[in-house]
Design a protein around this ligand. Structure first.
Ligand SMILES: *Cc1c(COP(=O)(O)O)cnc(C)c1O
Ligand SMILES: [Zn+2]
Length: 417
């Protein structure tokens, strides 16, 4: 028997293991619970350290079928110290968790898809599917190809071209829907009732969500098996932030790290900020919004885990911020110029929100703070349209270059009396 199963977050009823995300008794979301008693004995830092550097080193805390053999080394992305960015933000101990280089498709979604597809196979699906704001589409398409699934991907029609192409290239069937992500998602729930497909973020959602915990496991291990004081996390459906918290709680429960208070900070674009609006208003639940932001990967107006994200943030003593499209674009540039990391719009949101959190003294400079950079800038180059002029070409001659160099030097101003 598996050492994990589905359990209702509200009434506590257990549901074994099956493709299901809602409790039929009380209509609350299900999540995975583990037999922590058994795990406490055998799952040690030493054991983990001997394993290859990818998410599968934490297999005991993931809902994987028995003897599952992963086909890809996903995750274990760098945790970078960010001294130059820190200086700009007025911080001193700042780190970046760089999932802009997560494999195979350059976003943290590779983690959730890897875990969801492990169960999709076990549940007997031969077709996998998702509703997506872009990165999930890329990841399901790629990993379906790698693992021999057929893939049907549902997206809002006006997604960034790079994210559409980066789905089609893997041979996935891409269905563009003339509507918002929230409408696409509702449609997928209906399709899941009609077709025996594994929708990673619908009927497989509890399994999928567990993959996000690996961000938290890695942060703790990369800090030398210590928890940070603060994490700043971009939020779409609100799942990632709650699962980083779950990861930290599990590590404490298993004695792998010392307990300490960690504050959770959410980041959204003002044009789609249902979670941060609720946190600022002191409300326990979100009011759905109609998204209007270039941060498409975060543009979920009715976040499934909104309530739990609000709870994780407020109970920890954290906060949630939101920033304009202009601010997020500036922060994409700032992160690239200070630390050499090119992130997508969601990463711009995270950095810009962190700036506000330091400015407003919600985060203290001397605390260890981790910014979660969740996706790659090459997928959202449209956000930088018009920011850089392409210079006129010069002839391949040294003299030409010298003249060009001259022209770029600042001409000293002549001060006239
Ligand atoms: C999906 C996504 C998020 C947010 O994830 P949730 O778990 O839905 O809150 C953050 N960043 C990027 C780049 C994403 O694609
Ligand atoms: Zn229930």
């Amino acid at each position: 028997m598996a050492h994990y199963e589905l359990r209702c977050r509200e009434c506590g009823k257990t549901w074994g293991n099956q493709p299901r995300s809602i409790c039929d008794d009380c209509f609350s979301p299900l999540e995975i619970t583990y037999d922590y008693e058994t795990l406490r004995a055998g799952f040690t830092r030493e054991k983990i350290a001997q394993r290859p550097p990818n998410i599968w080193r934490y297999s005991e805390l993931l809902p994987l079928p028995q003897d599952y053999r992963p086909s890809l080394p996903v995750g274990f992305t760098p945790l970078l110290s960010a001294p130059h960015l820190a200086k700009e933000l007025g911080a001193r101990k700042l780190c970046i968790k760089n999932d802009a280089v997560c494999l195979p498709t350059l976003s943290f979604k590779d983690r959730v898809v890897a875990v969801a597809l492990a169960q999709a196979r076990a549940f007997g699906f031969d077709t996998v599917s998702c509703s997506s704001t872009g990165n999930l589409a890329n990841s399901v398409a790629a990993q379906a190809a790698r693992n021999g699934f057929k893939a049907w991907i549902f997206i809002p029609a006006d997604l960034e071209p790079a994210k559409i192409l980066g789905t089609q290239v893997y041979g996935a069937k891409v269905v563009r829907i003339a509507g918002s992500y929230d409408q696409v998602n509702r449609l997928c729930s209906q399709i899941a009732d009609e077709h025996r497909w594994g929708f990673v973020n619908v009927n497989l959602r509890p399994y999928y969500a567990e993959g996000s915990k690996t961000v938290g496991f890695e942060i703790a291990e990369q800090l030398g098996w210590r928890l940070p004081d603060n994490v700043v996390v971009p939020m779409a459906g609100g799942s990632l932030i709650t699962k980083i918290k779950k990861a930290f709680d599990e590590l404490i429960a298993l004695g792998l790290v010392d307990a300490r208070p960690v504050k959770f900070f959410g980041a959204q674009a003002t044009g789609c900020s249902p979670i941060s609006t609720a946190v600022k208003a002191g409300r326990p639940d979100i009011e759905p919004q109609k998204p209007a932001t270039i941060a498409r990967s975060l543009a979920i107006g009715n976040p499934a885990d909104g309530h739990y994200a609000i709870e994780a943030i407020t109970k920890s003593g954290g906060w949630s911020e939101d920033v304009s499209d202009h601010e997020l674009v500036e922060s994409i540039q700032l992160l690239a110029e200070t630390e050499g990391v090119f992130t997508e719009t969601a990463g711009g949101v995270t950095v810009a929100c962190a700036r506000k959190l330091y400015r407003d003294e919600r985060i203290s400079p001397d605390e260890t703070t981790v910014l979660c950079i969740t996706g790659n800038g090459l997928k959202t180059t449209d956000a930088l349209a018009g920011k850089y002029e392409s210079e006129t070409a010069i002839a391949p001659k040294l003299a030409e270059f010298e003249r060009y160099l001259e022209s770029t030097l600042d001409v000293p101003e002549t001060v006239e009396a």
